[in-house]
Design a protein around this ligand. Structure first.
Ligand SMILES: Nc1ncnc2c1ncn2[C@@H]1O[C@H](COP(=O)(O)OP(=O)(O)OP(=O)(O)O)[C@@H](O)[C@H]1O
Length: 278
């Protein structure tokens, strides 16, 4: 559905952002795009929807070249940006203006999401709080039924009930022909949703692994003392002892702790990458 081949991108020549990136993403999956500040997550999402163009290499999305911004492509892709500005109009006016760009727009689903997110209706979008505005855009994004949904930090600014609602709505709405890529630092909000993790580091994709494969290779455990765990790859102290990431030699079933996994990869890059190459 999305394929990158040897893609290079930079804003300023001396500072590459994406270098030699190869990537293949499939429909029916929710990808979690992780990386430190400035790693290039937003720049990568913008390549997928044609807001930024490769300097060299290839980007194909659903067979289209996003940089050409063809209408038939644009009506199948939606980007929820990290920062945005909404016009001075109410929800009904916004829908009248923007929903027609998406031929599969589901007005009933939009209404359901707006009610679930408890968005006040009737007033100008500019009179809503930033979190409420974001919830309008999330509802709109999901209602477009776009084949490729790109979300840049979607849970930033959402209150705790809205984060739960976000997870609930997303978990129930992705069709097998849709693909969602969520760039986030708020991994705890999303770790139950994500099927596959992409880690962007050193201008490229350091790791692309499914949650199932991560928990097959690694175990995530809470222990009282580090002696309880045989040579952890990575550990962090917690109120109840330690959280450890270890090689899963006993074929244990543990739940992926996305934040621990990301931290472990950042600290023990080579060990973890080589484990997944086996
Ligand atoms: N418009 C721009 N002009 C020049 N450099 C830019 C521009 N936008 C981003 N950059 C640089 O490109 C690099 C990647 O930025 P990008 O926003 O893609 O990273 P990110 O992983 O999304 O970061 P964050 O997690 O902080 O949102 C950074 O070094 C940033 O300074």
């Amino acid at each position: 559905m999305i394929s990158l081949q040897q893609l290079h991108f930079h804003y300023r020549k001396a500072q590459p952002v994406l270098k030699d990136v190869n990537l293949s993403l499939q429909p029916g999956r929710i990808y979690g795009l992780l990386g430190k500040n400035g790693a290039g997550k937003s720049s990568l999402l913008y390549q997928f929807c044609g807001l930024l163009f490769p300097i060299s290499g290839q980007c194909r999305v659903m067979g289209y070249e996003p940089a050409k911004r063809q209408p038939a492509f644009l009506q199948q892709v939606y980007l929820l940006p990290e920062s945005f500005h909404l016009p001075d109009m109410n929800i009904a006016q916004y829908l009248r203006l923007f929903a027609p760009f998406y031929p599969s727009f589901d007005h009933e689903a939009f209404k359901r999401h707006i009610v679930a997110f408890e968005i006040p209706d009737g007033q100008s979008l500019q009179a809503l709080s930033h979190g409420e505005q974001k919830k309008v855009l999330i509802s709109f994004a999901l209602a477009t039924r776009a084949k490729v949904l790109l979300m840049d930090e979607p849970t930033n600014g959402l209150d705790i009930p809205s984060k739960r609602q976000f997870r609930k709505v997303i978990a129930g709405c992705l069709e097998p022909d849709q693909c969602m890529i969520i760039s986030t630092h708020q991994v705890k909000d999303l770790d139950s949703l994500i099927d596959e993790v992409l880690i962007l580091e050193d201008h490229g994709i350091l790791l692309q692994e499914s949650v199932a494969r991560i928990t097959e290779k690694l175990s995530f455990r809470q222990v009282m003392s580090l002696e309880e765990s045989e040579a952890p790859i990575y550990s962090e102290g917690s109120l109840k002892g330690y959280v450890v990431v270890a090689v899963n030699r006993q074929a244990e079933h543990s739940r992926l702790d996305m934040e621990m996994f990301f931290n472990a990869v950042m600290v023990e890059k080579e060990k973890i990458v080589s484990l997944f190459q086996q």
